[in-house]
Design a protein around this ligand. Structure first.
Ligand SMILES: [Fe+2]
Length: 348
């Protein structure tokens, strides 16, 4: 056999070359692709950040919004740029239920339409802000990217008025929120990274996961680190909310990690912990507060274990195993989520 043919043959069967040939990933839509974002509830700020009569300007969906609390205490999220000449309304003021531009005194009602100008002219019919559908719950303001919400924020076992709620801003994570959400259907990393263990077979994504068109829930009963008994329900809603509730050492608490999208690969992350107020007595409230602080510290420590692994990750659906079916099903769910941006013409 001629030498050059042999060399060529060896080259084509080089193991490294074969690995390169086999290497492939199943692509995911990124936030901001084609100017679109996942249709979902996204947190935009903490309730505590916004006093009555105050305005915040925040980045959101590759644009900018104003968040203001009117004189009755109701919060509104609207596009930030005055339709008159584009002034930033976060420099303006709250006038009753309206927001007023600092430049020429144009006033906009909660629905977004201009109700007066400060220069003696009638409001131009086209002068309108984009007004987001908003809900204030769990210590956060949430804006819906979409026209009509297709799902609602989840409930805990206990009604909201029986919950002691604490919220912290964790900061901006440099990836799309589905990457963070994938840690939950990838429950195997609870064992490999966090040291959790469970007393039953691995949850089957077809039998044991409770799927909806926008997310899932599943249960793990076993031991947390330090051997504490855990009975937890875990879940994800769309790409914007991690949900957890259950008992640790017999004590119930709930935990949310809401993910806000401020731009492509820019995820604003919050932590919410809720505990039960008990009988509402001062002693019970003190205990609920202490336990919430302890649980928040635990969940911060939990995430601190994830960060070294996630730092620098080139996340992709690559060579998955049969044990990764819940993860691949979640990734397919993300691919099926509607992607919209009705505020695009207003917030940029
Ligand atoms: Fe994790």
């Amino acid at each position: 056999m001629p030498q050059d043919t042999s060399t060529s043959h060896k080259s084509s069967t080089n193991p490294a070359a074969q690995r390169r040939l086999r290497r492939h990933v199943k692509p995911m839509p990124s936030e901001g692709d084609d100017g679109l974002f996942t249709e979902a509830w996204f947190p935009v700020c903490m309730s505590d950040e916004l006093k009555i009569g105050e305005i915040l300007g925040k980045p959101f969906l590759d644009g900018r919004v104003v968040i203001y609390r009117d004189q009755s205490g109701t919060a509104h999220v609207q596009s930030s740029y005055c339709p008159h000449l584009g002034a930033d309304l976060s420099k303006g003021s709250v006038a009753g239920d309206n927001i007023r531009c600092a430049f020429h005194g144009f006033e906009y009602a909660p629905g977004g339409h201009c109700v007066k100008t400060g220069i003696g002219a009638n409001p131009p019919p086209a002068a309108c802000l984009f007004s987001f559908t908003v809900v204030e719950r769990y210590g956060l303001l949430w804006a819906y990217n979409g026209e009509t919400p297709k799902w609602q924020l989840p409930d805990f076992t206990y009604p909201d008025d029986e919950l002691h709620i604490i919220v912290k801003e964790y900061g901006v994570f440099p990836a799309d929120p589905y990457v963070l959400c994938c840690n939950t259907p990838d429950y195997h990393h609870y064992r490999s990274v966090h040291g959790l263990d469970w007393t039953h077979p691995d949850p089957d994504p077809l039998q044991d996961f409770r799927w909806t068109d926008h997310g899932f829930r599943f249960d793990l009963d076993g031991t947390h680190w330090h051997g504490k008994e855990m009975k937890f329900t875990f879940g994800i809603d769309s790409v914007s909310l991690y949900f957890q509730q259950g008992t640790l050492d017999g004590k119930w608490y709930g935990y949310l990690a809401p993910f806000g999208v401020i731009g492509a690969s820019q995820t604003m992350t919050y932590f919410v912990v809720v505990t039960h107020k008990g009988d509402g007595s001062p002693t019970a409230l003190e205990a609920a507060s202490t336990f919430a602080d302890e649980s928040m510290a635990l969940e911060f420590a939990f995430v601190d274990q994830d960060i070294p692994v996630l730092d620098g990750i080139h996340f992709a659906q690559g060579a998955l195993t049969e044990k990764d079916r819940s993860l691949s099903m979640y990734l397919d769910l993300v691919r099926r989520q509607p992607r919209v941006h009705p505020s695009a013409d207003f917030i940029r």
